[in-house]
Design a protein around this ligand. Structure first.
Ligand code: ACM
Length: 652
């Protein structure tokens, strides 16, 4: 009986598909049609997408026809895995042309100039899906978009029964706005295993990122094996495990075990580079010098100008900088390599020779940020260097160092990239600049003819808190999703040819594990992806957020963590004329209701709904709030102490 019912159902589906094929523009409203008619939610938004009438149903015996290209191996494997695991269907990959393959992946014989090297054309018809591109990368991105057209369960790691594997018919012509679409992952502050880095790559490529910038060395760890410099990984890769709020930890005692951390062997690096390459991602290594170098100095104290360096240890999150006077910071220890010491350049030559061989990417990032100047200002070796080289200021000392480092990098056949501070003492015109402190440094650099990657704190620092510090792990600044979405890496008035692209940076001082790395990256990673891929005029916050919500469901199924912070209300405080506290609550997204309590109980939708600014009752200690969409709670329960709000509002 069941068999007969299924048979009739299948017949019905086939008939519907057939009918669609014949009728083309038919508006039939079958179940399948309405399923396929749900909003298309591709992130980043494609350059051109036309939705056609009709839908495509995955047959339970799928054939993928591909030309022979070793570079397509991973694209095919990904497609095969996604189409077979959740559906339980059979997926056949075939090389010679067959009569009616389900999906065709075609590299154009004649180049289509409109889509460049990473673009693709995706055509979903009622009977067949065809993706065409000039290069394998384009097919990979076409496949990512194709997966996003299928029901969210396609992200599942196991078979999901009872799903209609259907998608709307579309024509998509898509290509990136910018060639550099980066994510920086700081594996120095906390170490992330090779497997975790692969997991991070798997997530980023779904959103068409193509550069993984690995921050491989900092005060807290040196993470890459360098042959001939064994202490970098014997000493430099390990510190004392501490948990809590990084930055103010009690300094470790001498007898605490230094066994927290890790590093990548050169074989690990080769494996990661290959893994990334198969997914059309370049890995850019960063060795942050001359500042942020305590792990190297703890390994080889002779790299420092400061004799006390002999006692230095890899940082475990204790305070080593004083930022109270702003930037540049005051070093409480000297975490800088000594620019006046020839051994430093020999060391860097060894390091960068090996790094250049391990990473095929054309750029090596050498840091250059946040160099504490106070030790250099007092140091005799530096004073001598200044006299000898005619350097008038400490930024010029850094510039001298950077020029020497650039010569080393170039001698290995690579291009030099550094954080924007290197502009201060006058950097060479061939240096590429990663602008992080704001957009303006990037603008200045581009105007001076440098290649620039924009990754400014105000839009792209995904280590910052995503909502109120009362709920989020505390970091010194905030960056909400909507602000990230405002990122425009190509500012007006700059010749776009100097802007290579944009990047989001995940520093990991407060990120102790891969789940939290994911939480910090998504959904702001969607916003940055769209800012670097999609045409500027296609960007639209409301539409983007609707798609983001669809991707929340996808990430749930893919078991990738993300932050729901966007649903949490924003607290704004001021004082009324009679000096009372006035609390305004708003939401980042439209259509949410906020319910609240002052009586320590947990509000739900039967509690007072926020409509106008609140004055806390005289003895109230806490304001609890939660957002709802209709009848469903959607934000997290937030417990805001009144005392905290009083503090934020300033003096009574
Ligand atoms: C940086 O955030 N110090 C580049």
């Amino acid at each position: 009986m069941k068999f007969i019912a299924s048979f009739i159902f299948l017949l019905f589906i086939n008939f519907t598909v057939f009918a669609q094929a014949i009728e083309g523009n038919s508006e039939t409203t079958t179940d399948l049609e309405s399923y396929a008619n749900s909003e298309i939610a591709i992130i980043p938004a494609p350059a051109n997408l036309t939705k056609l009438a009709g839908h495509f149903v995955l047959p339970n015996n799928i054939t993928i026809q591909v030309g022979k290209s070793p570079e397509l191996k991973q694209t095919i494997a990904f497609l095969q895995e996604r189409l077979s695991i959740p559906t339980g269907y059979h997926v056949n990959v075939i090389n010679p042309p067959v009569a009616n393959p389900t999906i065709k992946l075609i590299i154009n014989d004649t180049e289509d100039a409109s889509i460049g090297t990473e673009g693709y054309h995706l055509s979903v018809g009622v009977r067949q899906v065809v993706i065409r591109a000039n290069k394998p990368a384009g097919l990979f991105y076409g496949v990512q978009s194709l997966i996003q057209l299928l029901p969210k369960e396609i992200e599942s790691k196991e078979e999901v029964k009872g799903i209609k594997w259907v998608m709307p018919c579309v024509e998509v012509t898509d290509y990136p706005r910018l060639g550099w679409r980066g994510l920086m992952f700081d594996v120095a502050r906390h170490f992330f295993t090779k497997q975790e880095v692969k997991q991070y790559i798997d997530a980023m490529v779904r959103y068409k990122y193509n550069i993984l910038h690995l921050h491989l060395a900092d005060d807290e760890g040196w993470r890459i094996e360098i042959k001939g410099l064994p202490k970098l990984t014997e000493v430099g890769a390990w510190n004392v495990k501490r948990i809590g709020t990084f930055g103010d930890f009690i300094p470790p005692t001498a007898d605490e075990p230094r066994n927290y951390g890790g590093f990548y062997t050169q074989e690990d690096i080769k494996e990661l580079v290959e893994y990334a390459k198969a997914r059309f991602v370049n890995i850019m290594p960063e060795i942050d010098v001359p500042g942020h170098s305590l792990a190297a100095i703890a390994s080889y104290p002779e790299l420092s100008c400061t004799p006390e360096a002999i006692n230095y240890k890899v940082r475990s999150g204790e305070k080593i900088m004083d930022w109270s006077r702003g930037a540049p910071p005051l070093g409480l220890v000297d975490n800088t390599l000594c620019p006046a010491n020839e051994k430093v350049y020999v060391f860097l030559d060894t390091v960068f020779s090996q790094i250049a061989k391990l990473f095929p990417f054309e750029y090596i990032h050498v840091g250059g940020d946040e160099v504490a100047r106070n030790f250099w200002e007092k140091n005799d070796q530096i004073k001598e260097l200044m006299k000898r080289e005619g350097l008038k200021t400490i930024p010029e000392v850094q510039a001298y160092f950077e020029r020497r480092v650039e010569t080393i990098i170039q001698s290995k056949g690579k291009k030099f990239m550094a954080w924007d501070e290197v502009l201060e003492g006058g950097v060479s015109p061939t240096a590429a600049v990663m602008s992080w402190r704001n957009m303006q440094h990037g603008i200045d650099a581009a105007k001076a003819g440098h290649e620039v990657v924009m990754s400014p704190t105000q839009f792209a620092y995904i280590d910052y808190m995503q909502a109120d510090a009362i709920t989020e792990p505390r970091v010194y600044a905030s960056l909400r999703l909507s602000k990230s979405y405002e990122f425009d890496p190509v500012p007006a008035g700059v010749d776009p040819k100097f802007i290579k692209g944009g990047q989001a940076n995940l520093w990991t001082e407060q990120v102790y594990n891969i789940r939290q790395a994911e939480y910090m990256t998504w959904p702001r990673g969607f916003a940055i992806a769209e800012s670097v891929w999609s045409p500027k005029e296609k960007k639209n916050w409301t539409n983007f957020f609707a798609r983001t919500e669809e991707h929340f469901k996808r990430l749930d199924i893919a078991e990738t963590k993300y932050a729901p912070s966007v649903y949490d209300p924003i607290f704004t405080v001021r004082r009324s004329a009679d000096r009372n506290l006035l609390i305004t609550l708003t939401t980042e997204v439209e259509g949410l209701d906020i319910y609240y309590s002052f009586d320590n109980s947990f509000p739900d939708r039967f509690y007072p709904k926020y409509t106008t600014p609140l004055v806390p009752p005289v003895d109230a200690k806490v304001l609890k709030v939660i957002t709802y969409r209709g009848k469903n709670p959607i934000g997290r329960m937030m417990n805001m102490p009144i005392e905290e709000l009083e503090k934020r509002a300033g003096k009574r």
